[in-house]
Structure formats: structure tokens, C-alpha cells
Design a protein around this ligand. Structure first.
Ligand code: CAP
Ligand code: MG
Length: 433
């Protein structure tokens, strides 16, 4: 009897059942290791195996084994019986299919590209409460884009400066949502409670004065789940329809807690993905952004940063488009090496958020990629760096959207709109790096 049983997990004749979870990995074996042996280790360690055969394994447990059912070059597909996983738990899923396997010595690199989730499993999740319906239900408009601006510098303002000076100016300039930055939580100079209170006060004032719906993406990212819950409640009690959470640094348990709370309070969630690139950026290792976005939709985040293609942060066009389609459609097809087929059943779509290095001069390119109807755009530096100040910066963003929607070039529109003119003079069509 061989001590190892990794190859027992490879069965290229296995035909995945409709209720199995299927994962696509890119596998780079360590030197001296065949792809078959390496793939077997992935299926084993991510289901019921370990480095040796176990004398405690009862025959009935074999049905929980995952199976490598396809190997094509470096691409390996693994089928997991649904019974392996707790229903409705992304932490439970991730600890298996995205757990120990990334550290195995037998693998030089391992990339989880995508995971195909069966209907039966998806039914144990609720998905987003609003998704794209935020446009209609919160902003009472027919189409997007929803506009958001982060007061910059990202941190440093007092709560009063944040709300009364910058936030208010942005709302008055025509922006829908004042957004907290990912690293603004509850620092000494800008405590959470005070920021929420003051933002509510100036939101009401801006709403009264403009007659428009105004909201904020206030960051509830907290040191623990109790505090997270307290912060969500506080935001809700101050009349906001949204809150924001840093979905990666907070962790999957926090995200699922947040989505439950959001349902209780009838709120939408803005997901910021800070830290994702630590595991999504290297195409040979880690977890793809597409896979992360899929898990966020499953858990019920309403809108998520997925990149701009042209802004300051990494993300290739082909991938961003594949993610956009995945999170906005009810059914998507396979793209070899990039995406698995997925049917979403009852799970609502999410809204993509384009952010990072945007300014009025390059917004048309973002709209060419994303369209304008189902989209959130965030323009931080590209508003707060405007030579005429925050409110004019906000106006320039709004004017760029108006021009695009009217089918007029920015230069043409700028002739009669001084804020846009100043923005174009300042930044032109620069693509920041
Ligand atoms: C953008 C931003 C966002 C990034 C995150 C920032 O600011 O607020 O955190 O967009 O990246 O701090 O960089 P600017 P992504 O508008 O000033 O660039 O959306 O790719 O997750
Ligand atoms: Mg930021």
C-alpha cells in the first residue's frame, strides 16, 4: 500500500454532476513533479486528503473526495461534491478551495482562476439586496452613472472639514455620494460618530438646496464584528441608505455579517477592494479578481470596485470586461483560462465601480468601456485637484457626463462650461500611473 494517495484524486473519466462545485486552477508544479501529481495534491488538500493515506478513513467518506476531471496544459479543473461545504458560508468554501493549497511545496505557483457554483449551492445565499436597483430605488433615476468622490487627502480632514467643507461642496457641485477612503475609519482627528452625524446634517442641507437625492459611502470597516454592527446601525439611524466596507481586509465573515445587517436595515453596500492586489495581481499565483468579485456577488455586496482599465491601478481590459459581464449578467459563458460558465439563478446583479486615477478628461474612455447606465464612477484626485476647488471639480465631473450623454466632445462642451474647461486645461487626457 502506497503511503501517498494523491493520484486517487485524479479521475479524468469523472463527469461532474450538476450539483458539484467546479474550480478552474492554473497549476505550475515544482521541479520534478508532474502536472498530474501536482493536480492530485490540489484536489486532495482542498477536500479530504492529507500527505498520507489515513487508517481512519471510513469508506463512506470517500464520496467527499474532490476529483481532478480535466487537465489541459497548466489548466486543471476540479469537481467538489456539494456535501463538502457548509451552505451559505463563503469562509467555509474559501478555506477549502482557496486554503492550504496555495502554500504546498509541490507547487511552484497556483492560481485559482474561477469557481463555478451550482444552483443548489447558490440557493443558500441571498445575494445583493439592491444591485443595480440602487439607481431607481435610492436615487430615483432611470439610469446611471452614480457619481462618488472621496475627499482627498484620503485622511487628514477633521470630521467637520470632511462633511461641512468638502462633502457639502461636492454634493452642491452635483455629486451623488461622498465616499470615505479605504483607510479612513475612526481616527482621532476624524471620529466615526462625529463624521456620520455631520455628514447627515450637510447631506440634508444639500438635499434641501438641490432637490436631489444625496448619500454617502461611509466606511464601517472596524476592528471587530460588534463594532462593525454598531457602526452600520449608526449610519442607518442617520438616514443613509448605503454603507461602505473594505471587503478584503475585513474578511469574508465580516462581509457576510455586513450583508445580513444591510438586509435588516434595507441598505446597499459599497465594496472597496483594498489589498486585493496582494493576491490577484500575479497571474501565476493567488486568486483572480474575477473569482473575488464572484464571491462578493454571492455574499450580497451591491457594488464593487473592479478597475478602470485606463486609470492608475492595474487590471487588463479583457479581464475587467469579463468581470463586468460576470457581475452584471444572469448568465455568462466560459472564456478559456479566464472564466467558467455561470448561471446566477435568483441572485441579483451587482453594479461595477470604476475608480482610481479618473478625471473629467478620461471619463469618456471609461464610458466607452462600461457604458453609462449601470455604473458607479469615483473621481477623487480628479475632483479635489481641480484648480478652482472642490465644488468646481464636482461640476466638471458632472459636465463631462452630460457631454458624453449628449454625444458632444468634451472640448465642445467646455466652450460653454468653465469648470470642465479648467479641468481639461489642467489634466488634458492624461492617464495617471
Ligand atoms: C481612488 C481611490 C480608490 C481606488 C481603489 C484611491 O482615488 O480612492 O481607493 O480607486 O482602487 O485612494 O486610490 P483617486 P480600485 O480617484 O484619487 O484615484 O478602484 O482599483 O479598487
Ligand atoms: Mg481610496
Amino acid at each position: 500500500m502506497a503511503a501517498e494517495w494523491y493520484l486517487d484524486f485524479v479521475d479524468l473519466k469523472h463527469r461532474p454532476r450538476a450539483d458539484e462545485i467546479l474550480a478552474l486552477f492554473k497549476v505550475e508544479p515544482a521541479s520534478g513533479m508532474s502536472i498530474r501529481e501536482a493536480a492530485g495534491r490540489v484536489a486532495s488538500e482542498s477536500s479530504i486528503g492529507t500527505w498520507t493515506k489515513l487508517t481512519t478513513l471510513k469508506p463512506r467518506m470517500r464520496r467527499l473526495m474532490a476529483h481532478v476531471y480535466e487537465i489541459e496544459g497548466p489548466w486543471v479543473k476540479v469537481a467538489y461534491p456539494l456535501e463538502l461545504f457548509e451552505e451559505g458560508s463563503v469562509p467555509g468554501l474559501a478555506s477549502a478551495i482557496a486554503g492550504n493549497i496555495f502554500g504546498m511545496k509541490a507547487l511552484k505557483n497556483l492560481r485559482l482562476v474561477d469557481v463555478q457554483l451550482p444552483r443548489k449551492y447558490l440557493r443558500s445565499f441571498k445575494g445583493p439586496l439592491f444591485g443595480r436597483q440602487v439607481i431607481k430605488k435610492i436615487f430615483r433615476r432611470k439610469s446611471g452613472p452614480i457619481t462618488a468622490v472621496v475627499p482627498k487627502p484620503k485622511v487628514g480632514f477633521t470630521s467637520r472639514e470632511h462633511a461641512a467643507e468638502i462633502g457639502y461642496a461636492l454634493w452642491r457641485g452635483g455629486i451623488d455620494c461622498v465616499k470615505d477612503d479605504e483607510n479612513l475609519t475612526s481616527q482621532r482627528f476624524n471620529r466615526f460618530e462625529r463624521r456620520v452625524k455631520l455628514l447627515a446634517k450637510f447631506r440634508d442641507k444639500a438635499e434641501r438646496e438641490t432637490g436631489e437625492v444625496k448619500d454617502a459611502f461611509i466606511n464601517v470597516t472596524a476592528p471587530n464584528l460588534r463594532e462593525l454592527e454598531r457602526r452600520v446601525k449608526l449610519v442607518h439611524e442617520h438616514g443613509f441608505r448605503y454603507f461602505m466596507i473594505d471587503v478584503v481586509v475585513s474578511g469574508f465573515t465580516a462581509v457576510q455579517t455586513a450583508t445580513d445587517l444591510a438586509r435588516d436595515y434595507g441598505m446597499a453596500i459599497h465594496g472597496h477592494r483594498a489589498m486585493h492586489a496582494a493576491f490577484t495581481r500575479n497571474p501565476r499565483h493567488g486568486i483572480s479578481m474575477l473569482c473575488l468579485a464572484k464571491l462578493m456577488r454571492v455574499m450580497g455586496v451591491d457594488q464593487l470596485h473592479i478597475g478602470t482599465v485606463i486609470g492608475k491601478l492595474a487590471g487588463a481590459k479583457r479581464e475587467v470586461l469579463a468581470i463586468k459581464e460576470l457581475i452584471t449578467q444572469q448568465e455568462v459563458e466560459e472564456i478559456p483560462g479566464l472564466r467558467m460558465p455561470q448561471r446566477w439563478g435568483e441572485i441579483k446583479p451587482m453594479l461595477p465601480v470604476a475608480s482610481g486615477g479618473l478625471h473629467p478628461g478620461i471619463l469618456p474612455e471609461v464610458f466607452d468601456i462600461y457604458g453609462t447606465t449601470d455604473l458607479v464612477i469615483q473621481v477623487g484626485g480628479g475632483t479635489l485637484g481641480h484648480p478652482m476647488g472642490a465644488q468646481a471639480g464636482a461640476r466638471a465631473v458632472v459636465q463631462a457626463i452630460e457631454a458624453y450623454k449628449a454625444g458632444v466632445s468634451l472640448e465642445e462642451y467646455a466652450k460653454t462650461h468653465q469648470e470642465l474647461r479648467a479641468a481639461l486645461k489642467h489634466w488634458g487626457r492624461t492617464k495617471p500611473v
